[in-house]
Write a protein that binds this ligand. Structure first.
Ligand code: GLC
Length: 803
């Protein structure tokens, strides 16, 4: 069953049926202001932090799914009938009304055609203005004059999630609203610097600032009394729940179209609202802002564009997977319909990984994130697992100045430093690789010398920070010489403590290799030697202790019991130990082939690779929380999405392009566009997990958008399937593709030069480069870095070298 389709020309996903079993969301805003919006215009807005500075309210996990939202009601003033431009909240009969939602890159457009009135509501946030614009078009398609009313509706939130959801004894009386000069203002009396406003490009006929006056008692957004009556009641109040409804009466002649603009912003009426109203009352400025937003994304996408024989691959890599990865870097794991804003801050491991996927398309934001993460890095080498970087920027943006009306002691930066008992053994290792990749991509070797303080005192260059990370992993090894698991490794639910984690040792080896490459480039010969020796030792321990005959074990409990071995009744084989043994280049070729064959044999399913099987059924706290989760859910035997791209990379390393594509395709959301009765979630976004085969909801995808899966699939697809990898010495082109791909093209911009890469596969191979030419001349090895602004033609023929 399908609910929509991919419109590649407009870079939109078009939802034709709004009665989807789940909310399909999109993200508006790329800097400070963010709106998470569903295909029914439900959702919420916040400024910088969904914990501290919420603007519109969301009733999470409620019934119906996605309320309230940013709505436009239309009313036929002759008949009294009313509807919304988005299907919900009025929810007209779908047999009589036509609704379309177009989710685009940082905008969503709702279209509706009912009773011969065509209406459109475009929502977006300009790149450089902290205001959400509602661009509304209404057209009379009938043959007579139509008398209509238009009403907006949004519900303001109390500014802090805590006081919006609990302890209302103060907040309910502490925010108020007023209407003046055509602008609604919502103020927070106890915090006189916080205001929100809502304005339009016309003089309203009536307004409501008070939610309950607009809706009416025992009514909801489905049947507001104001809309039913055809007039708001000009309400405003000091205290209570505030909303923003502006009402305008219209008469449209046959064929006539009108356009109205609404603006939701941060700041007071007088300091901000008036200027914004003036600026965006001019339609030219609205059009310009929308064009700038389109250009913003165009510039990012244009850094890497692909044309392969696989349509879904093209659509996802050229548009949606990069978009999702970028959203994760900007909004981390802060805000969705599942993560509703109470847990903010950067997850050390999550953000470190997110950075990797978009170093080419977002060098500024990823650089900022790197520095923020290093501010949460200790001098003993581990990172703070989850912290809000704003804590180091106190007083700089006002967020932490927020004093709640109920006294809660304020945290100091020293309060957030946790000890070894809360260290996740993988957290900081990711950052070694993402920093090196950022430097390779951007060619800024000097960044290694940038000095950042340690969170517990002292400071070091970025290069020194990285050595501390590698030294930490070398120090915290267990009895078998494998890295300790500590609080958790990448798998939050594998809590091994002093037991040992195979994955972390593999990761250590991987990070050491990447670091040694950089140390060589910097001429740090002592470190090249030292860390190469550490890498050799790690490899030796892994190969000695972790091979189990058919695959690699996942680790040891603190009592020394093996996890993920052929003798285990449950949790017999884990995906990450196999993919990481190969990706990290620890595994010998023979073992690599064998363990990945067993991945295919034991973990593959039509919806992707399971994280581990059989799922656990009995709690075992020596293994961890994983054993306390239902079978087939999350880390316990689901098709956890994030590890899937690592298996794709491993297959590419082995040269098995057909298998890599089989793994890629199984979990590709695009491929499930017509299978929504199973998938349920968005077909344009990866989810955190897909329910595994041991659960009756097998195949349902859960928890969309904010997952490291997007960045990693982008990496797997572009750097390993297409095989285009920047290095210090030039651009490596080493594809590993399905044998039936006859050719593909990539346009890659790198350090100011453009590379038009055409790859031909006349012999139908999966891997192997026969020859490469750059602007007509043969190249051996990586394609050398070309001058800025140059446009270069690169031809690659696959086959056996020199055959
Ligand atoms: C979630 C967490 C991530 C973790 C993963 C596996 O996605 O955000 O940090 O690695 O689960 O447990």
């Amino acid at each position: 069953m399908r609910y929509g389709y991919f419109d590649d020309d407009n870079k939109e996903y078009v939802i034709e049926r709004p009665d989807i079993p789940a909310s399909w969301i999109n993200y508006l805003g790329v800097k400070n202001l963010c709106t998470v919006i569903s295909h029914n215009a439900g959702g919420y807005t916040f400024y910088k932090s969904p914990e501290h500075h919420r603007i519109t309210r969301f009733r999470q996990n409620a019934v119906p799914l996605d309320r309230p939202g940013h709505y436009i009601y239309l009313r036929d003033d002759e008949t009294g009938e009313y509807w919304t431009i988005s299907w919900q909240p009025v929810g007209k009969d779908l047999a009589k009304a036509k609704y379309i939602c177009r989710h685009g890159l940082s905008y969503s457009k709702f279209q509706c055609n009912y009773r011969k009135i065509e209406a459109e509501q475009l929502l977006f946030i300009p790149v450089n203005d902290d205001v959400e614009l509602w661009d509304i078009k209404i057209k009379n398609k009938s043959k007579k004059n139509r008398k209509l009313s238009i009403f907006t509706y949004l519900e303001f939130s109390f500014h802090h999630i805590e006081i919006d959801n609990q302890n209302l004894q103060m907040s309910l009386y502490a925010s108020g609203s007023s209407f003046d000069n055509g602008i609604i203002e919502c103020d927070f009396f106890y915090e006189p610097w916080t205001y929100h406003f809502f304005a339009s490009n016309f003089d309203p006929d009536s307004y409501d600032c008070v939610r309950d006056d607009f809706l009416g008692n025992y009514r909801t957004e489905t049947n507001p009394i104001a809309v039913e009556n055809g007039n708001c009641s000009d309400s405003s109040r000091l205290g209570g729940n505030q909303c923003a409804s502006l009402h305008k009466k219209l008469i449209l002649k046959p064929g006539e179209e009108t356009r109205l603009i609404f603006m939701l912003g941060v700041g007071s009426r007088n300091e901000k609202g008036r200027d914004v109203k003036k600026k965006y009352s001019d339609l030219k400025n609205v059009d310009k802002a929308f064009e700038e937003l389109k250009q913003y994304w165009e510039r990012k996408l244009s850094v890497l564009q692909v044309k392969t024989p696989h349509r879904g691959f093209n659509t996802m890599i050229n548009i949606w997977t990069l978009y999702q990865a970028e959203i994760c870097v900007i909004w981390s794991r802060f805000a969705s319909f599942i993560e509703v804003g109470g847990r903010v801050g950067l997850g050390f491991r999550d953000t470190s990984q997110d950075i990797m996927g978009v170093v080419h398309s977002n060098p500024e934001k990823t650089k900022q994130r790197i520095i923020q993460l290093l501010r949460g890095h200790t001098s003993s080498g581990y990172g703070l697992h989850l912290f809000d970087p704003y804590i180091f920027e106190q007083n700089k943006n006002g967020l932490l100045d927020v004093k709640l009306p109920t006294v809660v002691p304020q945290k100091k930066s020293s309060d957030i430093i946790h000890g070894i008992e809360d260290v996740c053994s993988d957290d900081a290792l990711w950052l070694v690789v993402s920093i090196c990749e950022w430097i390779v991509e951007n060619g800024d070797l000097d960044f290694f010398n940038y000095v950042v303080p340690y969170v517990d005192g002292g400071e070091g260059t970025i290069y020194e920070h990285l050595t501390k990370i590698l030294d930490f992993s070398a120090k915290y090894v267990g009895k078998n010489g494998v890295c300790q698991g500590l609080r958790a490794d990448w798998n939050d639910c594998l809590n091994l403590g002093g037991g040992e984690s195979a994955m972390v040792s593999f990761m250590h080896h991987w990070a050491l290799n990447v670091f040694v490459d950089s140390a060589k480039k910097l001429g740090e010969d002592g470190d090249v030697k030292k860390y190469s020796q550490v890498a050799a030792k790690v490899k030796e321990a892994c190969e000695r202790e972790l091979w189990d005959g058919g695959w690699y074990i996942r680790g040891f409990t603190k009592k020394g019991i093996k996890i993920g071995t052929k003798e285990s009744e449950e949790g017999r084989i884990f995906l990450n130990s196999q993919s990481w043994a190969v990706y990290s280049e620890v595994a010998s070729n023979e073992r690599a082939v064998k363990c990945m064959d067993n991945v295919d044999k034991f973990l593959f399913s039509q919806y992707g690779l399971h994280i581990a099987l059989p799922a656990y059924s009995k709690p075992d706290d020596d293994i961890g929380y994983i054993t306390r989760v239902y079978k087939g859910i999350k880390e316990n035997g689901s098709i956890f999405c994030h590890p899937n791209p690592w298996a794709v990379i491993a297959e590419c390393k082995l040269g098995r392009g057909n298998r890599a594509m089989k793994f890629y395709d199984a979990i590709l959301p695009y491929n499930q566009n017509d299978l929504i009765e199973v998938r349920e979630a968005e077909p344009y976004s990866y989810c955190q997990f897909v329910v595994g085969k041991d659960h009756k909801d097998y195949g349902k995808a859960k928890h969309s958008w904010l997952t490291g899966t997007a960045g990693w699939f982008y990496t797997a697809a572009t750097k390993y399937i297409l095989g285009i990898r920047p290095t210090y010495d030039g651009l490596i082109i080493d594809p590993c593709i399905p044998s039936d791909w006859e050719e593909f093209e990539v346009q890659r911009k790198w350090r100011g030069a453009t590379y038009n890469i055409r790859v031909k596969n006349p012999r139908g191979v999966e891997k192997g480069v026969k020859c490469i030419s750059l602007n007509g001349a043969d190249v051996h090895g990586p394609v050398p870095i070309q001058p800025e602004s140059s446009v270069n033609e690169v031809e690659v023929i696959l086959g056996k070298a020199n055959s």
